[in-house]
Design a protein around this ligand. Structure first.
Ligand code: NAP
Length: 298
């Protein structure tokens, strides 16, 4: 059930004495960290590129110079960065999280990464006396701005319960799906469906165009029928407006399908989506996922 903002704020009252650290201020990290600020948490941020941190100064965040400094100053650290390589740097870098040798912290990795890297980082965290939860999200910038993400977590039940009030600030649903890495596995599964939807929408629109059906009419038909969904509405508007600025960059779905393939995904639609998005990445990687329509129309 959807919680209104007041209910969400009440639910956080036992947690918001905790100091929050936020690493990664990309398309998702900025609106997600803003939700925590709005809910009254003290938030310290770190981002590799400094201009993104500066853009948040007016919202009252503190800025840490490194992950090392950030974890020392906070209790619970969220991470929302691109990929496994970024996670390795944030944990293992010279000024990384592990270099601080803290204890008693909870690190919540919300990035879409491999189950394997979560298992590695969770083990390293636990050796130091910290805890780790993988908690990737379904939903994009709009859902992040509205605190309406769907969060799928992997880790210890007691850790999940401790941080659930925070997750409920960020999302309309937070669900524990298994042990460490299980959240990542669930996320790779849902993003497989996302790849299918994006490619399916693009192919449907192109087929209609080939047969002289106006794109606007085709999208109206989709959006009013049984195939309608939030994704088709938002991405249909992007196609109509010829606006491919990334909300969810195509390079990320190309990465997610690579990760899913490495985890054993090899079914017919998955093979097609894998090939399409890998081919699209070089030219359209920094554009939105729905720029796949440009690749398919070539
Ligand atoms: P984004 O806009 O591309 O931002 C990526 C973030 O990762 C930036 O803060 C970037 O720092 C940081 N980063 C990249 N490589 C790094 C490294 N080696 N060391 C330190 N920081 C590094 O990505 P996003 O759209 O916010 O997505 C973040 C994650 O959430 C991804 O795993 C993505 O698949 C997933 N996701 C995205 C969406 C969506 O709709 N956008 C939805 C669900 C899940 P710089 O600013 O310095 O480059």
């Amino acid at each position: 059930m959807k919680l209104c903002t007041t209910q969400k704020l009440n639910n956080t009252s036992t947690m918001n004495t905790k100091k929050i650290g936020w690493i990664g201020l990309g398309n998702m990290g900025i609106p997600m960290s803003q939700q925590l600020i709005k809910a009254g948490y003290p938030v310290t941020v770190y981002n590799r590129s400094k201009e993104k941190e500066a853009s948040l100064k007016a919202t009252g965040v503190a800025i840490a110079s490194s992950p090392n400094e950030l974890i020392q100053q906070t209790d619970i650290v969220f991470i929302m960065v691109s990929n496994d390589e970024a996670i390795s740097e944030i944990f293992n870098g010279d000024s990384g999280l592990l270099s601080a040798k803290t204890t008693g912290k909870i690190i919540i990795n919300m990035s879409t990464v491999s189950p394997g890297i979560s298992k590695q980082m969770a083990a390293l965290c636990r050796e130091q006396g910290n805890d780790y939860l993988d908690a990737p999200v379904s939903g994009s910038v709009k859902q992040a701005q509205e605190g309406q993400l769907v969060i799928m977590a992997g880790g210890l039940p007691e850790t999940f319960e401790r941080v659930k009030p925070l997750l409920e600030v960020l999302g309309k649903l937070a669900i524990l799906v298994g042990d460490t890495g299980a959240g990542n596995s669930a996320k790779l599964a849902i993003n497989t469906l996302l790849g299918f939807h994006a490619q399916g929408l693009a192919e449907t629109v192109l087929f209609a165009q080939q047969n002289n059906i106006k794109t606007e009419d085709m999208l109206t038909i989709i959006n009013n029928g049984a195939m309608s969904n939030v994704f088709a509405k938002i991405k249909g508007d992007a196609i109509l407006n010829d606006n491919y600025q990334a909300a969810f960059a195509l390079k990320h779905i190309a990465k997610d399908l690579r990760l899913a393939k490495a985890e054993g995904l090899n079914s017919p639609l998955a093979q097609a989506a894998y090939q399409t998005f890998q081919a699209a990445e070089a030219e359209h990687g920094d554009e939105d996922i729905i720029a796949v329509i440009k690749q398919i129309s070539k």
